[in-house]
Design a protein around this ligand. Structure first.
Ligand code: ATP
Ligand code: MG
Length: 454
């Protein structure tokens, strides 16, 4: 008989990482979910080389206290549940306490975090789960996680990754869903230095559909809402004319969680059945709110699949209400002249705005005071006015940006130890009282996100 022995922790971590971190998109999903759980109002995701070389997720959420930073990287370390009974009433996105430890096991990770009450932040770096740096730094409130060189220590896993282009497209798809799942959070998504899309975070789901899918699609979406005892269906149903060749545009969320569910897909398709040809699929953005105790999200490590306590009831409710709703609508498609019809691809992501980082709310205030608005239609990029039930409940959360921190070439470099003083060494602020984004540091480095001038 072969000898039975217990695996060492680093092997256990790498095996666990295999379940949670399949590809760069899994890393982005876990980090964005953490940011959501931390109460972030604004989240920036930046990737390079499809996320294989570089992923940055910055939020303006609660931050992590100095004493807890190291725990966050331990396996089964979570602030979200205490006992198994908490799983039944779960409101948070995470609960397993294995995402950060799994990511840290297979990548080079840099964390910078600061809570509102702390004077300074913490910068902590790990390579393959081994801590390499831990220091106090000046930092804005919130958390930034940078993940470099994914699977650098597990070449076999890296070989399974697709091209940077394909991996990047998975992240884009994921972030589009995440933005649709949380209209009250402002998302900014940057690929290889270019802003791909930006959402206001003002709770307006239709505006997000417009930004992500373009005007032609948004114009063909009809608002839909059903309240049935303890289940709420809410969102937009595409007119049948928007039918697609695959299920990729059946966008649905359960309790604001982006999941995949055969039951929900089939129910939506059943609702549309009288309006679709065979092998054509509907376009919709549907939020389903059900009591947390009737859905089990703990069936898969990535939480992409869930189990419903009463799936037949849910199926019937979705299918029947969609079918009844569509029956009441005028479904005659409008004719569009050839020259007016823009291709969907061109239209997609068309509205572009200048997008601030999560810690740049003060910048926005200064812009508004100086009469500068970044939204296309005169709406500010941080206009928090409530427009729908997705609107933020509390718009008072504010953010400050520490005097001592800024990004230099995507690294957070300024520490409290540094002698780089805000007086004298920077070029004069521009007209709005802000240091311009292309300001140069002492070493000629590019400084991004410098705080507004005092
Ligand atoms: N962006 C963040 N802001 C504030 N706290 C965070 C952030 N990211 C992680 N944390 C803290 O670190 C802990 C560990 O995060 P991790 O993602 O590993 O586990 P989790 O979110 O609790 O569960 P899961 O493994 O299901 O995601 C979290 O419980 C949370 O307390
Ligand atoms: Mg998590």
């Amino acid at each position: 008989m072969a000898e039975i022995h217990i695996l060492d922790n680093s092997t256990i971590d790498k095996i666990a990482a295999g379940e949670v971190v399949e590809r760069p998109a899994s890393v982005v999903k876990e980090l964005v979910e953490n940011a959501m759980d931390a109460g972030a109002r604004a989240i920036t995701v930046e990737i390079k080389e499809g996320g294989i070389e570089f992923i940055r997720v910055t939020d303006d959420g609660s931050g992590i206290e100095k004493a807890h930073v190291k725990n966050a990287f331990l396996r089964h370390a979570t602030s979200k549940i205490n006992t198994v009974s908490d799983l039944m009433s779960l409101q948070s996105m995470g609960f397993r306490g294995e995402a950060l430890s799994s990511i840290a096991a297979v990548a080079k990770v840099e964390l910078v975090t600061k809570t509102k009450d702390a004077l300074t932040g913490i910068r902590c770096c790990l390579e393959g789960a081994k801590e390499t740096e831990f220091e106090e730094v000046g930092a804005p409130d919130g958390t930034t996680l940078i993940v470099r060189n994914l699977f650098f220590n597990t070449p076999a896993r890296r070989k399974f990754l697709k091209t940077a282009m394909t991996e990047g497209s998975y992240i884009t798809d994921l972030l589009e869903h995440m933005a649709l799942s949380r209209p009250e959070i402002s998302f900014k998504y940057v690929i290889n230095g270019q802003t791909k899309f930006f959402t206001n975070g003002d709770g307006d789901l239709k505006a997000i559909i417009y930004r992500i899918f373009g005007r032609d699609i948004a114009n063909e979406m009809i608002p839909f809402q059903v309240v049935d005892e303890d289940i709420v269906l809410e969102g937009f149903l595409g007119k049948p004319v928007l039918n697609r060749a695959n299920r990729n545009f059946e966008n649905y969320f359960v309790n604001r969680r982006y999941i995949k569910s055969k039951v929900i897909s089939k129910a939506i398709e059943e609702g549309y059945a009288s309006y679709m040809m065979q092998h054509r699929y509907p376009f919709c953005v549907l939020h389903i709110t059900i009591p947390p105790e009737s859905v089990d999200v703990n069936v898969h490590p990535t939480k992409m699949e869930v189990r419903f306590a009463n799936q037949n009831t849910l199926f019937k409710l979705i299918a029947e209400n969609i079918s009844d709703f569509l029956a009441q609508q005028e479904m005659i498609p409008q004719a569009t002249l050839g020259s007016e019809k823009k291709s969907e691809k061109k239209e997609k992501g068309a509205p572009k705005t200048e997008a601030p980082e999560p810690f740049e709310k003060e910048r926005k205030l200064l812009r508004e005071e100086s009469g500068y608005n970044s939204g296309r239609n005169g709406s500010s990029a941080y206009d928090n006015s409530a427009k729908s039930s997705f609107a933020p409940k509390d718009s008072s959360a504010n953010n400050s940006f520490s005097k001592d921190s800024f990004f230099v070439d995507n690294r957070i470099t300024q520490t409290v130890k540094s002698s780089y003083s805000s007086a004298g060494t920077l070029p004069p602020p521009n007209r709005t009282g802000l240091y311009h984004e292309t300001a140069r540091g002492p070493a000629g480095n590019k400084i991004i996100g410098r705080e507004p001038a005092p």
